[in-house]
Structure formats: structure tokens, C-alpha cells
Design a binder for this molecule. Sequence first.
Ligand code: ATP
Length: 274
Amino acid sequence: MPEPAIPRRAISDSGEEVATTAKQPLLAVNNVEVVYNDVILVLRGLSLHVQDGEIVALLGANGAGKSTTLKAVSGLLKTEDGEVTRGDILFAGERINGKDPDRIVRGGIFQVMEGRRIIADMTCVENLRLGAFTRRDRGVNDDIEMVFGYFPRLKERTTLAGYLSGGEQQMLAIGRALMARPKLILMDEPSMGLSPLLVREVFGIIRRINQELGVGILLVEQNARMALQAASRGYIMENGKVVMDGTADELRNNQDVKEFYLGGASEDAGVSRI
Ligand code: ATP
């Protein structure tokens, strides 16, 4: 599929205005403000973007507004009496703020919520079928096998999903997202509550999914070390806005990031709490 391109105007070295072509981001969040319950201002002019097929980390302290950012994109803010009051959210160039969550899923964005939110009294296969609720095609059974290819242990677990381990539930939540055939997955803290070994396993699969299926991923994580290993770029949020951004290498080598976000915890410890 050809990459979408948008014409831009730029000034050349000699001072002339020239047309350039920049890749249109898959997701562009432009100067977004979010208010809960009509009064609580949480996002204060947040901007970020994700290119097609890119993994981008969104890092920051507790309460910085990371989950709110994901919910603003997926439309789930509405379920919490939150609203985008300023700015634009564009997906493949189309404005999506204010749209209902199911239309946003149909458009190609799927959020894997913090805490997994799988349906405990359904089996793995039933949970996976739920992820395909927007689809009318006949490929659903094949895609269940595709998900089992990424997460073989889910195939062996025929009990209700509520009896799965924390790691298996996280895998099921990611698998359910894949069933919607999204172009962009919003992942909220996939490492939460997992052992270091499982965190590495889950992040390995996230990278494979990104590389093999070309799905873009906006990754909210407290485990900054793992997130910056998986991502090509990242943003650091404080108080509802981005205070730093760069390539994963730039962020990893930045003194402030090292001190506040990567400090102390070794890779083997698995989790670098902010
Ligand atoms: P954490 O890492 O702890 O999950 P976060 O960066 O994801 O934090 P958010 O969950 O987006 O932060 O919360 C940002 C701020 O918005 C917090 O002050 C929180 O109390 C507030 N907030 C979040 N959800 C709501 C809500 N439904 N109603 C009112 N305030 C909310």
C-alpha cells in the first residue's frame, strides 16, 4: 500500500519557498486539552504523533495524564465523563475527537486497557471472538490461530479466562486487540503486575507483532527501560503535557531521563518505577 503523503511548504537555504513531502502520521495528537467532569483540567496542550508501523513510548510519573491521553484517542474518555475541550486528534488524517469508541475501533484503533479487562467468565476463544466484533469477514477463525501462534500457551488453556495467570490474561488482552485487525494499538502498562521474566516475554511478542504485522503501537509504561528498548521514539509527560521527546537512544542517554526514569533499577530487576 503506498504511504500517504501530505505536501508541506518549507524555506530552502536560498530563502525560496519549496514544496516538500512529509509522511502523514498515522496518529497526530495536536495541542489537546482534556477536562473531566467539566472542571478537572488534566491534559494541557498535549501533542504527539505515531507514524505507520512505529512503536512509540509514552512515559511519565503517576498522574501525568498518560492513560487519559490513550482514552482521548480511543474515545473511552466519554465513559468517564471526560472530554477533549481543545485541539485535534487525527487518525490517518481524519479528525476523530468526539467519535464514539466503536467507530474508532472500526477505523483501526484498539486500546488494551490497564489491568487487562478481559471477560473472566468467558473462555479464551470467546474473549478473542469479542475482539473481532467489528468484523464481517470470514477470517476470524484464521486470526484466532494467528493469535495462538503468538501466544501458544493460550491455546492450551481451555478454562475460563478468570482462571488464567496475570501474564496469560495480559497475552489474551493483546490477542483480543489483534482480532480487530487494528492499524494502531494503544497499550496501557502491559508490564503491570508481571514478573521480570514475563515482562521480557510479553515485550518480545509486542515487538514481533509490530514487525510482522506492521501494527503501530503507542505504549504507556512505568517500566521505562523496557519501553525504550521496544520503542523507536518516546515522549515524557509531566502535568498533562509533553516535556521531552526524542529517539529511544536519545532518551536513554539523557541525564534527566536516566536519573528520574531509569535510575537504579537494573534490566534484570525488570521494572523501573517512576
Ligand atoms: P498512572 O501512571 O498512575 O496510571 P497516568 O499518567 O496514566 O497515571 P491518568 O490516569 O491519565 O494518569 O490521570 C491523570 C490525572 O487525571 C490524575 O490526576 C487523575 O486523578 C485524573 N483523572 C483520571 N481519570 C479521572 C476521572 N475519570 N475523573 C476525574 N479525574 C480523573
